[in-house]
Unconditional design. Sequence first.
Length: 283
Amino acid sequence: MSDIMFNFPGNQQQEYLTKEQIKKSTPLVFAEAPTNPGVSNKYLFVNTETIIDDLAKLGWFPVQAAQRKARKKEGTIYSKHMVVFQNPEIKITSADNDNAFPRLILTNSHDGMQSFRFSVGIFRLVCSNGLIVADDKFSDFKIKHKGYTFEELRNVVKQAVSDLPGRVKVMNSMRTRKLSTEEMNKLALDAMLLRAGINPDSTKADDYDYDEETIEDILEPKREADKGNDLWTIFNVVQEKIVNGEFHAALKGAKVRKVRKIQSFEKNIEVNKELFKLATSYL
């Protein structure tokens, strides 16, 4: 399964996507009716364009959009899409210039099967890379179609913003947690397993032992600013490699293959969340 992706240019953080740009890559945002004719009569159709307009009133603007590529024009496979928002007035600053913007990640479908779902992400300016913050302390926010109001959206945004200090506290705790070589290797190995959809604690994981070169490649930083052995630095190095690929990997005794970028926005979100949970388990 592949996606149509429209990425926000990393070197132009203050420019936002226009509706015309979004319409080219993610036309489902502008659907005028539910894509599933069998939806409940309690279903209140609210297209994603309405959310874009309402979030703009609250200072949040689209920076990325994607939709699931359809294999056929019926069913839920044609409905899932994502829009990512950023607020120019809200920024996480760091003493070492590792500044970042919080982001709201909206996923939606017009098939009557799902609610509007919001997750919180972090966009690091130093590497133009985004990650999704999720662990047992922080949950996603949902709005059911049958109950959507601007006031409820305002409350979701307010709750997400009020949670940011707690999320920053977790990030700061990760900065002070130093990892041993064994812990870094384990984190890299478990991250590869998560990308493959394997629970690192399962018996199935015992059959997936990547060679030393693979682990070293995952842990090799792409830039000087990402050198270090603290949990936050190692997590970001690993996360960027696991999500964006462009490195070589091999199970012990197996053929080396090039790991490619995750193309599906749904898998990207899922893997990002699992990686963050994995990293925070070291706190």
